[in-house]
Design a protein. Structure first.
Length: 373
């Protein structure tokens, strides 16, 4: 798949400066002549798999219901008002992964996944907002979008979905195949299918600081060092036995305040955290992996590529892959950074790499993290 004119006549720099996090952007024919990557029946079959995150949403008789996958059975296609959502399709389909990578003008650390929404006539998920940026690419049929920059984000209580209680749209668009709508975080929107339709959503990671803080503290558990044990040789007789004394409180406070962290601690935490695959992701090692020598020979001719499911990031001397981290020397960084940025490595570059890099790549190949190109 060639690079696509996703933003129309707007450069990525202008988009990020004027629209990202700020206001919506409608791009007519962002991908001219776009065709869905999966047909309807193949999408339904994919939703039946246990390692695919899917949801079935119905709005029959004005009653919202949601069923988490695997979705073993869907309503009749002639039945109106139902939607099938498949999250992370890029993990299971090469073409979906290639489409997702067209959005790499946004850093990989922020790029999340590609979701496919199939809906029959009238289908949707109700007026709502997302906590992250999203590109909504129409793949098949038509969908009517109503959007608004409302401040009231109160939700209807007792619903299986997060539906806005007071939706006040300001604009309305009908998207045709190839059209795309960008929405910043917390921008209210409601998409309703006009006949049968498919919409592809490209979403971005926006973890809460609470989530990051809890994960960072858990990460630091392994590095905290506070030698010694509490002692109070100056203890005096207790007047109120159940009260925690000032001396004990102050002594422990002083010790806990000795816990500190550096920028490198945050770097390693963030790289491991952001490259960690989701819990539902499983790698498939080769059934009969090549020996190191045969792998180097084959990879030198064909090159290697990252698995669709692999997340690889780096900063400075630190390289992160699928939740693990290691330090790369100056000579070893070039091929690894090239692999991280382009998600592939040509045979010549691999053949010229150090023995350490070749052995590391062979181990990743045996784990299913990379594949022969």
């Amino acid at each position: 798949m060639k690079n696509l004119p996703l933003l129309g006549d707007i450069t990525p720099a202008r988009f990020l400066r004027e629209y990202w996090h700020k206001k919506p952007l409608l791009v007519r024919q962002a991908i001219p002549g776009f065709k869905p990557l999966l047909k309807r029946d193949a999408l339904v079959n994919l939703a039946q798999q246990g390692d695919v995150e899917s949801r079935l949403i119905t709005h029959f008789g004005r009653q919202w219901e949601m069923q988490h996958g695997p979705v073993t059975e869907v309503p009749a296609f002639a039945q109106k008002d139902w939607t099938l959502l498949l999250q992370g399709v890029n993990l299971h389909l090469d073409a979906a992964d290639r489409l997702l990578r067209q959005f790499n003008f946004i850093p990989d650390a922020r790029l999340d996944d590609l979701m496919i929404s199939y809906a029959t006539d009238g289908g949707g998920v109700g007026p709502h907002f997302d906590s992250y940026d999203v590109f909504l690419l129409q793949a098949h049929g038509q969908r009517r979008w109503r959007i608004g920059a409302q401040q009231d984000l109160t939700l209807v209580e007792g619903m299986p979905l997060k539906i806005l209680k007071h939706f006040t749209p300001e604009e309305e668009f009908v998207l045709e195949p190839g059209d795309m709508l960008y929405l910043p975080p917390h921008y209210a929107h409601d998409g309703v299918a006009i006949g049968e339709c498919m919409t592809y959503s490209i979403g971005f990671r926006a973890p809460s600081y609470q989530e990051l803080g809890e994960a960072f503290l858990q990460f630091m558990v392994e590095t905290v060092e506070l030698p010694g044990r509490y002692a109070d040789p100056e203890l005096t007789p207790a007047r109120a036995p159940a009260e925690i004394g000032n001396a004990m409180l102050q002594k422990i406070r002083e010790k806990l305040q000795q816990i500190s962290f550096e920028e490198e601690d945050i770097t390693i935490f963030l790289g491991e955290y952001l490259s960690e695959p989701k819990a539902s992701v499983y790698f498939k090692p080769p059934a009969r992996p090549l020996s190191l020598a045969r792998f180097i020979d084959a990879a030198g001719k064909r090159g290697v590529k990252l698995s669709r499911k692999t997340h690889m990031l780096y900063r400075g001397k630190h390289v992160f892959i699928n939740g693990e981290s290691f330090t790369a020397g100056r000579a070893d960084k070039a091929p690894l950074l090239s692999l991280a940025n382009t998600r592939c490595l040509e045979g010549m570059a691999l053949a010229a790499a150090s023995a350490d890099v070749q052995e590391t790549l062979h181990q990743w190949y045996a784990d299913g993290w990379i594949e022969l190109a």
